[in-house]
Design a protein around this ligand. Structure first.
Ligand code: SAH
Length: 326
């Protein structure tokens, strides 16, 4: 606004209109002068996301497929629980990482999302669900957040701004497959967000096979960076561990996992594997698997949880976002 020769506070008014009130057009910015609204009119339309399909799960989970201005697609998932909700958002269209068990890895990587495209996912759902408090924001949708680092950090700063969405940083979680140099950069960023790491395998041999990024940043390198991150943030890291029966849940694997985790304060979140192929849905005793992990970790200061899968019937659960209509 200053560079336009306008008053500085108009900048804050516009920010609040867009980010707190979520207005859809300049015409709704009634606290601005008509002259300024006319000058701003050139910037319309404001939307960067166009909903293509909205799917609602039995438990209230909502998955929306958005088309972006250039025709690419992304998905976001709204997960209500009682009087509040968690929103899971995407940071890239597609994903370059190629993890074998994840649907997003199966589609081609298209591009990084802009700050507007990341932030608009939040604004869209706040408009849609204005009756429910958006409490937690997780960067666990499509893509690898730390490979879109600059836009991720700018989005976080925008989303916690007091005159915007005002989401507490402590309630934002960035999930990464383990991009070590970016974990180091994030450590020094001065943010207070939570870090989650998709571990999924406790040996390099297995992790190399299912998460090729491990060949670039093997476990000892990853854990060194995480140690330093913990020291600086004073916070616990959450490890996500997608349960792949027979592969990463054997006694040997559980003990190998414990060796890594007991060195640092952390949480371990076990995630039932969601099959990529709808037909291969077989009954697995996830609680039984959880109990086997629990036996090994019971005496440690590690919080163990089993993530209840939400929205699998609309392919909105972990690892199921493929950016296409059902
Ligand atoms: N690229 C980031 C953000 C995506 S988070 C990351 O890897 O952390 C998506 C989460 O879903 C990851 O923890 C991943 O391990 C998990 N996931 C992927 N495919 C899955 C599947 N088929 N079933 C259950 N969880 C899966």
């Amino acid at each position: 606004m200053e560079s336009w020769g306008e008053k500085r506070f108009h900048g804050r008014q516009i920010f609040a209109a867009l980010h707190r009130r979520g207005v859809k057009s300049v015409g709704e910015m009634m606290d601005l002068t008509l002259k300024l609204r006319e000058r701003l009119a050139d910037f319309e339309p404001l939307d960067s996301l166009f909903p293509v399909q909205e799917l609602k799960g039995e438990d209230g989970t909502i998955k929306i497929l958005f088309r972006l201005r250039d025709g690419e697609h992304i998905e976001s998932v709204w997960i209500p629980k009682g009087d509040h909700a968690t929103l899971c958002i995407s940071t890239q269209a597609g994903c370059p990482l190629d993890c074998t068990f994840c649907a997003t890895g199966k589609i081609a990587f298209k591009r990084n999302l802009s700050v507007a495209e990341i932030v608009d996912q939040v604004i869209y759902f706040r408009r849609l669900k204005s009756d429910l408090l958006l409490r937690n924001l997780v960067f666990m949708g499509m893509g690898e957040p730390l490979l879109n680092y600059d836009n991720l950090v700018r989005s976080i700063r925008t989303l916690y701004a007091a005159d915007g969405s005002a989401i507490s940083q402590r309630r934002m979680t960035v999930s990464t497959a383990g991009i070590v140099p970016k974990i180091e950069q994030l450590r020094d960023e001065g943010l207070k967000i939570k870090l989650a790491v998709s571990l999924n395998a406790p040996t390099d041999e297995l992790r190399d096979r299912i998460m090729p990024i491990n060949k670039k940043y093997p476990l000892n390198v990853l854990f060194k960076a995480l140690d330093e991150f913990c020291l600086k943030s004073g916070d616990r890291i959450t490890f996500e561990y997608t349960l792949m029966p027979g592969l990463n849940d054997t006694d040997e694997m559980i003990h190998a996992l414990r060796k890594w985790l007991i060195k640092m304060p952390c949480k371990l979140n076990l995630i039932p594997l969601n099959p990529l192929d709808r037909r291969r849905r077989k009954q697995t005793d996830w609680d039984g698997i959880f109990d086997r992990f629990y036996e090994v970790f019971a005496k440690d200061k590690i919080t163990l949880t089993l993530r209840r899968s939400r929205g699998a019937e609309i392919r909105a659960a972990c690892g199921q976002l493929a950016g296409k209509t059902l």
